[in-house]
Ligand binder design. Structure first.
Ligand code: 3MF
Ligand code: MG
Ligand code: MG
Ligand code: MG
Length: 386
């Protein structure tokens, strides 16, 4: 009946169900809720875990004693309600110190402070049991490029990531780091704006095997790109370390809509990709209730994210069992044993034979692959009439 359980591995950020509805034009519409309360409510809904930025739990100006008390209280709630913390991250975007970047600030003092803050946040995450560390460079970018730091910024970013990976190893934390690309907002242009650019950058790090991706549905969509395509590339590279699920209208401000709310067909193909590729990490919802909502709306939002995922997972199974759909899929792929033998491996003989082969080019161009019918079958499945 599409009721989530911890075995489904759904997680939420403290900042997501704790979102108070503030936006650039308006004040909060919901009160601040304490972390232990959010843990209790998420557990009751069937979530598996909760993730956090350092300052979601511990205010940036907390004393050591205040920090320890907040952490103890949070850990108590986690153990009382059976939730885990699989992922931790750093808030390197709210404080004015980071207004022109954290790891990519032109001010060496800010870069050093960003490293210090992240090491403390990694300590906190390790204390809570997190094994994935997310790095979203929200302020790593520019509005104007008059400062001339584009190449320096990439170098500073690389040095910081190398430093943090070495810190994790020296402490025995064993983190896997997941970079979260976003094209813009809050900066006009954020560095490493897409999944593809982050993948390219990871290859330049000292320990590339410790780094992967935390792609977000809304972020690739803001860039005008297909999220399933981006996720497929991350999976192909062995780099899908974590995932931020939500939804977004293309070409708008960052919306963080309930999963599947805007583009259920894209969500279906994403769930299909995750389920069929064997992705075993948490399914994290980085989204929040509409600003219009009260607390009941927040829990309707959270329940809705998980239910939609489970409904789409069920649709994926039906897709796999639907004889007509499977026949259309089989017909879509044309096999040719003789040609595949020639193209599988390069040898001079294979290349010679391939060059000499006579193709019926007109027939290749004439064949209809049946995608209209296949897509309509998919739509009818999604719309509930199959
Ligand atoms: C912003 C985001 C971030 C990141 C988070 C790291 C505040 O658009 O997506 O959420 O996900 O900082 O997990
Ligand atoms: Mg986001
Ligand atoms: Mg956001
Ligand atoms: Mg995110």
């Amino acid at each position: 009946d599409f009721t989530p359980t911890p075995a489904d591995r759904f997680t939420f950020g403290l900042w997501t169900v704790g979102n108070t509805g503030r936006d650039p034009f308006g004040e909060a519409t919901r009160p601040v809720r304490k972390a232990p309360y959010l843990v209790e409510k998420l557990a009751a809904l069937g979530a598996y875990g909760v993730n956090l930025h350092d300052n979601d739990l511990v205010p940036i100006d907390a004393t050591a004693a205040q920090r320890d008390a907040l952490v103890r209280e949070f850990q108590q709630a986690l153990s009382d309600h059976g939730l885990v913390v699989p992922m931790a991250t750093t808030n390197l975007f709210s404080d004015p110190a980071f207004k022109d970047g954290a790891f990519t600030s032109a001010d060496a003092r800010v870069r050093a402070y960003a490293l210090q803050k992240t090491m403390h946040a990694m300590d906190l995450g390790a204390e809570l049991g997190a094994d994935t560390y997310v790095l979203w460079g929200g302020r790593e970018g520019t509005e104007v490029d008059a400062g001339g730091k584009l190449l320096d910024a990439l170098g500073w970013f690389r040095d910081s990531l190398n430093y943090l990976a070495a810190y994790s190893e020296s402490q025995g934390y064993g983190y896997r780091f997941a970079l979260e690309p976003k094209p813009n907002e809050p900066r006009a242009d954020i560095f490493l704006p897409t999944v593809g650019s982050a993948l390219g950058f990871i290859a330049t790090l000292d320990r590339p095997e410790l780094f992967g991706l935390n792609p977000e549905f809304a972020h690739e969509t803001m860039a005008g790109l297909s999220f399933p395509h981006a996720v497929a590339q991350a999976i192909d590279a062995g780099k899908l370390f974590h995932i931020d699920l939500n939804d977004q209208k293309m070409g708008r401000f960052d919306q963080d809509l309930r999963f599947g709310a805007e583009n259920p067909k894209g969500a279906f193909f994403l769930v299909k990709l995750l389920e069929e590729s064997g992705y075993a990490g948490p399914k994290h919802f980085d989204a929040h209730a509409l600003r219009t909502e009260d607390e009941a709306g927040v829990w309707a939002f959270a329940r809705g994210c998980m239910r939609t995922y489970l409904i789409l997972r069920d649709k994926v199974q039906r897709f796999g069992q639907d004889a007509e759909i499977q026949a259309a899929l089989a017909a879509y792929r044309v096999q040719d044993a003789e040609l595949e033998a020639l193209t599988g491996t390069f040898t001079p003989a294979n290349a010679g034979a391939l060059k000499a082969h006579a193709f019926d080019r007109a027939a290749l161009g004439t064949r209809g692959p049946g995608l209209e019918a296949l897509d309509q079958l998919t739509m009818e499945l999604l719309l509930g009439v199959r």
